[in-house]
Write a protein that binds this ligand. Structure first.
Ligand code: NAD
Length: 514
């Protein structure tokens, strides 16, 4: 496409809603001439007014000069019809998320814009290739996926439709950089990178709650304190609203032909039917009504732990199946003032502690020929300095459960005891998230670097999932996933070939194939 070598100057934006308005703002701020159009009367003018107000706020905060704000607003023109896009070098559509509407618009743009003009769609869930098929020149159509709020979310996915010209992709990458955003390139696949990689977190948390392992507040707290997620999965579902997130979960699942890794939970359909949408309806997984509407789940301080016995044992025997991990736990217990039973097998009055990766506590106790009634499991995936998760077998007696809790809470670090679950909360969630990212790499949807970048910026996870997987250790993650797959007999947890090959080769998950 020779035309796309031309310097970009004029950008048409169709749709002046939440996204179109945000895109118009940053494009105008970057000095491009913007033509903003909406099908609804006065919508584009309202959007321009809101942009001016937004920029005035930035000026008041000292983040923008008055001249820059005035210049950005002056760069936004409001044409009467799409004929006003005639001189555009690029048109970005951010209209309603309906395939027919987008195809009709793209087909009409063909008759208006010059043959060198690039057409970009901001669709989140539709096929870029299907939208492009409405154009007589699908090579000039690509996805340019911004995130909300556009001025603050500095990531743009540049999506390659099946027939998109590589030159168009490179021009859009340059354009996104000129806006001060970070472009990542992705192939046209359901959810692209961010909405695809983000499928693991919420769906796994819903499975954990569905199995009765722990409640929403406990799961959120564990994932934030132990794994470092900024928001818990249930806080996030409440923020987005189930009216938005439930259909997205279903759509991605069906678009991948019922891929078990993305299987939604019956819980959200039911909660949606009950109107428990989240913050917007006042009730979701949390209750936002009343005076302490924004109260966060509280941590039970160690002093309030109810104990079934006034003098619980302080003696623990620690499983030796993983010597390095055993030593970490022994050192921790010693620093907490506990007595270590160092025998090859536990004394009859010692607490039995197992440290499984992927197995549940019951399986670990039986595999290691321990008494499951006085066995408790500890999650050692991360460093245990901000939170500790203990897990009972199906028959752990309250005396031993409470003894374990009081031992591990002795220094004031919060401790939660959950019901038996292969991979606790953190292991199974993090392994699932990393496994999905590995499969995105395996499908060549994006480069390993772009996957990590997109997830870090777009989802604000504590690390890019492939880098995170390297830090945990690919062989350990492989073991967790294999144990999860064996425990559940569910292909949801089958390890991605990208992960299992790199784990066996002993190389980084970021290792591309030549
Ligand atoms: N909301 C988000 O967080 C988000 C994030 C990324 C991408 N997207 C995508 O961006 C697009 C717009 O989403 P939104 O949240 O801004 O929606 P919105 O409802 O706020 O705005 C859509 C606007 O498009 C206008 N419109 C509808 N048909 C039109 C047409 N034929 N020509 C011109 N204008 C038309 C509507 O009047 C409306 O003002 C969708 O494709 C959506 O999937 C949304």
């Amino acid at each position: 496409m020779a035309a796309s070598h031309k310097a970009m100057k004029t950008v048409g934006i169709a749709g002046a809603g939440l996204m179109g308005r945000g895109i118009a703002q940053i494009v105008a701020q970057a000095g491009f001439d913007v033509r903003l159009l909406d099908a609804k009367p006065f919508a584009a003018a309202d959007a321009k007014r809101l942009i001016a107000e937004q920029l005035a706020t930035l000026v008041a905060k000292g983040r923008l000069s008055t001249a820059a704000a005035e210049s950005a607003v002056a760069h936004i023109a409001l044409p009467e019809s799409i004929a006003g896009f005639g001189d555009a070098d690029l048109v970005i559509e951010a209209i309603v998320e309906r395939l027919e509407a987008k195809q009709t618009l793209i087909a009409s743009l063909d008759g208006v814009v010059g043959k060198e003009c690039i057409l970009a769609t901001n669709t989140s869930s539709l096929s870029v290739t299907a939208i492009a098929a409405a154009s007589a020149h699908p090579a000039r159509v690509a996805g340019l996926h911004f995130f909300s709020p556009v001025p603050l979310m500095k990531l743009v996915e540049v999506i390659d439709g099946l027939l998109t010209s590589p030159v168009v992709i490179e021009r859009l990458v340059e354009f996104a950089s000129a806006l001060g955003h970070t472009p990542v390139k992705a192939k046209d696949t359901p959810g692209f990178i961010v909405n695809h990689a983000g499928r693991g977190y919420g769906t796994e948390a819903l499975r954990i709650i569905g199995e009765g392992v722990a409640d929403a507040a406990t799961i959120d707290l564990i994932l934030k304190l132990e794994a470092g997620f900024r928001m818990g999965p249930f806080e996030l579902l409440d923020l987005t609203g189930l009216d938005v997130s439930h259909p997205v979960m279903e759509s991605i699942y069906h678009q991948f032909y019922e891929e078990p890794r993305f299987r939604p939970s019956p819980l959200t359909a039911q909660r949606l039917a009950a109107g428990l949408l989240g913050r917007k309806s006042g009730r979701g997984f949390y209750d936002y009504r009343g005076a302490d509407a924004l109260a966060r789940p509280s941590i039970v301080p160690p002093t309030t732990i109810t104990q079934s016995n006034p003098a619980p044992t302080r003696r623990g025997w620690v499983s030796g199946t993983s010597p390095g991990t055993r030593q970490r736990v022994v050192s921790l217990l010693q620093s907490l003032g506990a007595e270590i039973d160092a025998g090859a097998t536990p004394e009859s009055d010692s607490l039995c502690l197992v440290l499984p990766s992927g197995r549940d506590a019951t399986t670990a106790a039986l595999d290691e020929r321990l008494d499951p009634r006085r066995t408790v499991a500890l999650d050692t995936l991360f460093d245990m300095s901000r939170h500790r998760t203990l897990m009972t077998t199906s028959v752990t007696e309250p005396y031993w459960r409470d003894a374990a809790k009081s031992m591990f809470a002795a220094d004031g670090v919060p401790v939660h005891v959950i019901h038996d679950s292969p991979g606790f909360v953190v292991q199974r969630t993090v392994a699932h998230v990393v496994n999905i990212a590995c499969d995105i790499a395996q499908q060549r949807i994006a480069t390993p670097e772009d996957i990590d970048l997109a997830v870090r910026i777009g989802l604000a996870y504590p690390a890019g999932p492939l880098t995170w997987g390297d830090a945990i250790g690919p062989p350990r993650l492989l073991r967790i996933l294999k144990d999860l797959a064996r425990s559940y007999g569910d292909p949801r947890y089958r390890p991605s070939l990208w992960l299992s090959r790199r784990a066996r080769l002993g190389v980084s998950l970021l290792t591309p194939e030549a």
